[in-house]
Design a protein around this ligand. Structure first.
Ligand SMILES: [Zn+2]
Length: 291
């Protein structure tokens, strides 16, 4: 989407830390990849746990690639409104069919996250079948990144930073500043892992579920801003450009009261579903012996 690129170009121009990205903060990606590694059943889980540090470390590589690969950005989101809204049963699960219907260039603007998750899962399956275990580690970490992004509801909408509804800045407040403040509240998700019967059905259902929470996050933000001084509102609206120490704590407290459970729910679901996806890929690869 052009607007996203313009905003991105603007904020990059004024100078931001390298960690800046429209996506969960680095800590959330690391948390989800690490916890999913802990939850994966043996023997695959034993292998992944041997490489837990790398799987955690590589969890943010996909964001870093945006700087060098112009095609990377659109793999991290889907603007469902352009595809006809969500849930929308006529969105083709198959990327080729989707490209025929929507046009490749449009999709490059509207976002391709669900198809990216499906593609990386199949690539992971292939790497497992080929016993390319180095590649398995890289792809498992990458898959974790995209699955986590799919569980950030603001990655599923054109109104990704609340810019269409007077909620400018909510993207970073919800996914980074609120989570950073309440990091200790994010408990380790517990089994059982979900059963994946159909890869595309599952992936699209997860994204539709995320989309259903967009409105509640925006409403939580609106309520959290009520009564703030105009100076504090201005800081919140700066979003990623705001200095962490300037962000009004009373705003974050109120946001967490209303949207904390939503954040916790989606990060927990991302974790157990990621572990289930890794196991699904291994199963589809014919359950090869681990090194
Ligand atoms: Zn991302």
């Amino acid at each position: 989407m052009m607007l996203r690129h313009i905003i991105l170009a603007t904020v990059l121009w004024v100078g931001l830390p390298a960690a800046f990205s429209w996506g969960w903060g680095d800590e959330v990606h690391k948390l989800i990849n690490g916890h999913a590694t802990d939850l994966t059943h043996p023997p695959l889980g034993d292998f992944l746990r041997q490489h837990r540090d790398r799987i955690v470390e590589l969890s943010t590589d996909a964001d870093d690639r945006k700087e060098s690969d112009p095609d990377e950005d659109s793999r991290h989101y889907i603007d469902f409104e352009y595809y006809g809204g969500a849930p929308h049963s006529s969105i083709p699960y198959h990327r080729g069919e989707a490209e025929v219907l929507y046009n490749y260039d449009n999709m490059a603007q509207w976002g391709t996250l669900p198809w990216r998750i499906i593609d990386v899962t199949w690539a992971l399956r292939d790497a497992m079948a080929d016993a390319d275990w180095e590649q398995v580690i890289i792809l498992a970490a990458d898959l974790g990144h995209y699955v986590a992004d799919a569980h950030q509801p603001l990655h599923t909408t054109t109104n990704y930073d609340g810019q269409l509804t007077g909620n400018e800045g909510i993207h970073s407040m919800f996914e980074m500043h609120m989570v950073d403040k309440y990091r200790d509240h994010y408990r380790h998700p517990t089994p059982p892992l979900p059963v994946i019967e159909s890869l595309p059905d599952s992936v699209f259902a997860w994204l539709f579920e995320s989309y259903c929470d967009v409105e509640s996050i925006l409403a939580a933000d609106s309520r959290a801003r009520e009564g703030l001084s105009s100076q504090k509102k201005e800081v919140v609206a700066q979003g990623f450009q705001a200095d962490a120490e300037d962000i009004p704590q009373d705003y974050l407290e109120r946001l967490y009261l209303q949207a904390g459970m939503t954040s916790w729910y989606h990060t927990s679901k991302a974790t157990v579903r990621l572990a289930a996806l890794w196991l699904w890929a291994w199963d589809q690869a014919g359950q090869p012996s681990l090194p």
